[in-house]
Design a protein around this ligand. Structure first.
Ligand SMILES: [Zn+2]
Length: 366
């Protein structure tokens, strides 16, 4: 690893000196039209020694909140401000971003199932390989920003492998109220990076296809907190959240699914805290002959939820996390203070969902 900012940092085929900030585009591949696929990069190499952190966005091309966060971070910090280096990868899946879709267009490959990549592999594997070799592997830690996929939304939270103490340190310093613990699916950037000694967490927030200002403001604060924890910003305090719920890898979180297919009515919200037995959804046929009622299995949080109002049998309706009464009380106070109001931001009617793991095959979330 590099990361000593009194040394030059070598990323993307360039050498950036201590005290230097450089913005450039780096070609990671070629389109079928013969054009280069360039990712925009900002490197800030601080005047003082410290770790190198990457921030990446839009590994899923339509997940825009992260792009705005990376843009703001790249603008905000200069070499005098930091001890270490920031490697800002503004858009990873450029073809997906151009088409405003999640996967790499045409063959619908998931870049976030392709890391650490393969120079002899498919398009996605090649892109992943170049990104990984030229940037990620040169850093000491990382934050990868996501949103839910279209037709869903997700609570602001972090996903991290909490068995890895370096990953745990980042996750806790980031300071979301909910951390979903797990190593992540194979091929995700965070799993591949963490396995090769670059501890990385995924940050999830909101919806695809928009900038959600409340999430963005909060995220910039959280990024600064991680930088403080790692002494990239040595004079800034780490801001711990009022409460943190680490959801274990087994149990505690569950998908509530539709037993029957049909039209989905959301009966809960707008806040994500629901009580044991509370009616969450009804699923009905056109004639309302059959109405299935889906209830909360305990007091808990709806971390993410379907936004589309139709479901096939077995379709996940929401991602549900149980909480104990003490935590529930703190969340109620947070709700009073408007902490979760952003859940309704963006003009949608009701809260929604997002996550991985339990899906067979391609994970449509995260
Ligand atoms: Zn994503």
């Amino acid at each position: 690893m590099t990361g000593s900012a009194t040394q030059p940092i070598e990323v993307g085929g360039r050498t950036i000196s201590p005290g230097e900030k450089r913005q450039f585009r780096y070609s990671v591949g070629t389109s079928f039209h013969g054009d280069p696929i360039d990712i925009p990069v900002t490197v800030v190499n601080g005047e003082n020694d410290g770790p190198a952190m990457f921030l990446s966005a839009a590994v899923h091309g339509d997940e825009l909140n992260g792009i705005k966060i990376v843009q703001e971070v790249a603008e905000t910090y200069g070499p005098p401000d930091i001890h270490g280096a920031l490697v800002c990868l503004h858009v990873l899946n450029v073809p997906g971003f151009m088409a405003q879709q999640r996967y790499i267009p045409i063959y619908d490959e998931d870049l976030n199932r392709s890391f650490p990549g393969n120079p002899q592999g498919t398009m996605a594997k090649r892109l992943a390989h170049t990104i990984f070799e030229e940037f990620v592997s040169k850093c000491d830690l990382g934050l990868d920003f996501h949103t839910s996929t279209r037709n869903r939304t997700t609570m602001y939270h972090v996903r991290a492998d909490m068995r890895d103490s370096d990953v745990e340190r980042i996750a806790r310093a980031f300071g979301t109220s909910v951390i979903l613990d797990g190593e992540g699916s194979n091929g995700t950037l965070r799993k591949a990076a963490s396995k090769t000694g670059v501890p990385t967490v995924t940050v999830e927030m909101g919806r695809a296809h928009r900038f959600q200002s409340t999430h963005l403001e909060r995220a910039l604060h959280c990024v600064a907190s991680v930088l403080a924890e790692h002494e990239v910003l040595p004079d800034r305090p780490v801001s711990w959240p009022g409460w943190t719920r680490v959801v274990a890898r087994d149990g505690e979180k569950t998908w509530l699914r539709a037993a029957t297919g049909g039209l989905v009515d959301m009966k809960w919200g707008p806040q994500p805290l629901v009580e044991d037995g509370e009616q969450l959804f009804t699923i009905s046929d056109h004639f309302k002959d059959e109405v299935e009622v889906v209830r909360a299995p305990s007091t808990g949080l709806v971390v993410g939820v379907l936004e589309n109002a139709v479901a096939y049998p077995g379709h996940p309706l929401c991602h549900f996390v149980s909480v104990d009464e003490t935590t529930a009380d703190i969340i109620r106070d947070d709700i009073e203070r408007g902490e979760f109001d952003v859940y309704r931001e963006g003009g949608f009617q009701r809260p929604e969902y997002g996550e991985s793991g339990e899906y067979e095959g391609r994970d449509p979330l995260s």
